[in-house]
Design a protein around this ligand. Structure first.
Ligand code: S3P
Length: 445
């Protein structure tokens, strides 16, 4: 446990580069492993979650080395080329790591055992077990479909067409990855579009992925199995979900202005920024560009007075990871904010709905929590703060409430900042370099 305190910040200023996108980093590693030849990855997130995927791939026979300038070099084994690991694969805190890897392993004909930390061992795996078993694999988990889980990959995979019962890019990606070593076409049907990084990167590396409209407004995503993927340079944009914490800090601390450079601007990830703009945030997207099939841009953020908003359930998939920090923005906005359709937040790294509500109350903010909704009474400016927030092994709860402290009268204490390393190594130093005052407890620094 690493308790931290965050006190009222000075105005934030500067050009900021946040670490690489977590979702794309996992996918870059997994897909490069399935390619033939060498892939150089630039901008990989060197956070705990992604490093677990590196370790797991090594245990499956993939060579990954460090190259100059913080790059990684990976020597692909080709589709279907992974080897049986001789130990348990431990994914730490990472739902994306374990679920995507389970997909890949489902069509490799050997047995692996997958586990994670206390938070990950509480999260449901049924969502991937059902489709992957339809493809012919056998997955055996603990009660409640919890990790540890054994994946017995099939030697005779069956291409399926599967309609997602819930909007989840992890489930979609697990199926598409299983489809790589499956003859014929594997199809995922999405009622609501979720982040499409797997599809974009597959296409970039030479696979055939076809996206078409399906009945009732659905989207069908089809991957043609057993492609020859080609190792190629991959450059990873900065993570818009990590940038979100700094953007809100700059919005809430008076007289701030920062520019976040080359962040991922995929429209299936930017719902949070559209929401902030509707709340009155001064956001300006600049230098729009593209990187390995992904849009990127710089984002200029100026301190702004925010107004409350009602966020519909339909927006959830495009901002699923941003609710902890959106709740902080809402707490500082003028008026009552209503966030709808949040049931999925209960099975993230923590029960985020409960963790957000507890954290806001501890910080002097009035909030109503129901099964899938939060109603937040905004303060229209500086927040009271002064409490201790429990983070429940959740990196995003930790960062969100450190940002709340920056915009509060009294310092906010979080019980544990250690999980921040999973997605945003260097967060505290970066924030303090811009004007933040986050301190390790007892150290005075
Ligand atoms: C992710 C998808 C989302 C998101 C997670 C990363 C991904 O999860 O919350 O942080 O990389 O595919 P779900 O697929 O469970 O919605």
């Amino acid at each position: 446990m690493q308790p931290l305190q965050s006190a009222t910040a000075d105005p934030l200023h500067g050009l900021v580069s946040v670490p690489g996108d977590k979702s794309i980093s996992h996918r870059a590693l997994l897909l490069a492993a399935m390619a033939v030849g060498e892939t150089e990855i630039e901008g990989l997130l060197e956070g705990e979650d992604v490093l677990r995927t590196v370790t797991a791939l090594r245990a499956l026979g993939v060579e990954i080395t460090e190259a100059a300038g913080g790059k990684r070099r990976l020597y692909g084994v080709g589709v279907g080329g992974l080897a049986e690991p001789d130990g348990v694969l431990d994914f730490g805190n990472s739902g994306t790591g374990v679920r995507l890897m389970a997909g890949l392993l489902a069509t490799h004909p050997f047995t692996s055992v997958l586990t994670g930390d206390a938070s990950l061992r509480r999260r449901p795996m049924a969502r991937i077990i059902t489709p992957l078993e339809q493809m012919g694999a056998r997955l055996l988990a603990r009660a409640g479909s919890r990790l540890p889980m054994t994946v017995e990959g099939t030697a005779e995979p069956i291409p399926i067409s599967y309609r997602l019962p819930l909007p989840s890019a992890q489930v979609k990606s697990a199926i598409l990855l299983a489809g790589l070593n499956t003859p014929g076409r594997t199809t995922v049907v999405e009622p609501i579009a979720t982040r499409d990084h797997t599809e974009r990167l597959l296409t970039y590396l030479g696979a055939r992925v076809e996206v078409s409209d399906a009945p009732e407004g659905d989207r069908a995503i089809e991957v043609v199995g057993q492609p020859e993927l080609k190792g190629k340079k991959i450059s990873i944009p900065s993570d818009p979900s990590s940038a979100a914490f700094l953007a809100v800090a700059a919005l809430l601390v008076p007289d701030s202005e920062i520019t976040l450079t080359r962040i991922g601007a995929n429209r299936l990830r930017t719902g949070f920024y559209l929401t902030l703009a509707k709340m009155g945030a001064a956001l300006d997207w600049q230098k729009k560009d593209e990187e390995c099939g992904e849009p990127v841009a710089d984002l200029n953020v100026k301190a702004s007075s925010l107004s409350a908003i009602e966020v519909p359930a339909a927006w959830v998939p495009s901002m699923i990871d941003e609710y902890p920090i959106l709740a902080v923005a809402a707490a500082a906005a003028e008026g009552t904010t209503v966030l709808n359709g949040l049931a999925e937040l209960r099975v993230k790294e923590s029960d985020r709905l409960a963790a957000i509500a507890q954290g806001l109350r501890a910080s002097g903010v009035e909030v109503e929590e129901s099964e899938d909704r939060l109603v937040i009474q905004g303060h229209g400016g500086r927040l009271p703060g002064g409490g201790t927030v429990r983070t429940h092994l959740d990196h995003r709860i930790a960062m969100a409430f450190l940002v709340l402290g920056m915009a509060s009268e009294r310092a906010v204490r979080i019980d544990d900042g250690s999980m921040i390393e999973t997605s945003f190594p260097g967060f505290v130093d970066l924030v303090n370099g811009l004007g933040g005052r986050i301190m390790k407890e007892g150290s005075g620094a």
